[in-house]
Design a protein around this ligand. Structure first.
Ligand SMILES: [Fe+2]
Length: 350
């Protein structure tokens, strides 16, 4: 087996390949690492044939849908997974074939109801069912400590003790453990009695993961993250630097306009001299009235440079082919000590 473990912060993904056929499977890909997976596969001479998600992640953004579409391959998840982009749903005991490799599905609900582990020869990919020195939490949507007890003690921990454990998370840069080592030393596995185990899990009182709702929204629906939307908009437009804009301020050009897209009170409090105002929420409805000439070079400005990126991309879609965004936003403008004006947009007062 060709094997790569790819860490992204505490998230662990795995690329496993069949040396005989060059087919590969990607397990639990993270959105920020998509190009890395493709690079490793190319370097190894592998072709990724399937993407497998061990469960619906609540704490990070999955690249499964994106990569599945890009590569034209199915995303595999357990039958209980809610995501509509799952191309192949599997169940307990079934085999996922990757060239000459076989991954056996162990349905292990508890962390989530769609959690599964993948057993392949001398190793098992445990998702968040079993971590090194821990287990997945059971207090997030579809979690169930009773089911986790069954999944661990009735199924996963019955694998041979020498089986290597590769989890979906490890925050201490450990690569793997073994079933035997976890049975002996994992603090969560010392309470084998069901009632005691459930009570321990219920009493953990963990804080919610950051980005919980956004991760669940995107991973369950196949929708986009805010970061993805911004990256796509940023790829469609050029930017102007703070220095370049400062140098342009004294110039009198009738084909260039600075457009502040923040809310009206933020604009009135402080804006770039000469900037016009049209809030992002009104952009599509009022832009024709405000700027009848689509050949204008419109430079959008917001507080942090994110909303202005979306606004400039929207303007380009509307036909303003020279729309650009300020790189750095008002925050950067103020920090550089460039000049500021206050008051309403004079054109709107007429
Ligand atoms: Fe998880």
């Amino acid at each position: 087996m060709i094997f790569h473990q790819i860490a992204d912060g505490g998230c662990q993904s795995y690329l496993i390949g069949c040396p005989a056929t060059c087919a590969a499977a990607l397990i639990d890909p993270a959105l920020g690492q998509a190009d890395r997976y493709l690079g490793i596969a190319a370097r190894e001479g592998l072709r990724i044939r399937t993407i497998i998600e061990t469960h619906t992640h609540a704490d990070h953004f999955s690249a499964a849908r994106d990569l599945g579409e890009r590569l034209g391959i199915p995303v595999i998840m357990h039958r209980n997974a809610p995501a509509p982009h799952v191309g192949m749903r599997v169940e307990d005991g079934q085999l996922i074939v990757v060239g000459d490799l076989r991954l056996k599905v162990l349905h292990t609900p508890g962390h989530t109801r769609d959690s599964m582990c993948l057993h392949a020869g001398d190793r098992v990919f445990t998702g968040d069912t079993l971590l090194i020195g821990g287990t997945g939490r059971t207090d997030l949507p579809t979690g169930d400590p009773d089911q986790l007890h069954d999944s661990l003690f009735g199924k996963l921990l019955t694998l041979p003790p020498e089986t290597r454990v590769y989890p979906a998370h490890d925050y201490e840069e450990r690569s793997h453990s073994s079933i035997g080592a976890e049975i002996e030393t994992n603090p969560r596995l010392q309470k084998r009695d069901r009632a005691e185990f459930v009570e321990m899990m219920r009493g953990l009182n963990l804080s919610a993961p950051t980005h919980l709702t956004e991760a669940l929204r995107t991973n369950m629906s196949g929708g986009k993250t805010v970061r993805q939307l911004l990256a796509e908009a940023a790829a469609d437009i050029p930017f102007v630097s703070l220095d370049e804009l400062a140098a342009r301020l004294g110039q009198k050009r009738n084909d260039f306009v600075i457009l502040d897209v923040r809310e009206r009170d933020a604009y009135a409090a402080a804006h770039i001299p000469g900037a016009r105002h049209l809030a992002r929420g009104q952009l599509e409805l009022k832009v024709d009235h405000t700027f009848p000439d689509p050949d204008l070079e419109i430079l959008t400005v917001c507080e942090l440079g994110k909303i202005s990126t979306l606004a400039a991309a929207t303007l380009r879609q509307l036909g303003f082919r020279r729309a650009v965004a300020l790189d750095g936003g008002m925050k950067g403008w103020r920090e550089q000590g460039y000049p500021i004006d206050a008051g309403e947009d004079p054109a709107l007062l007429i």
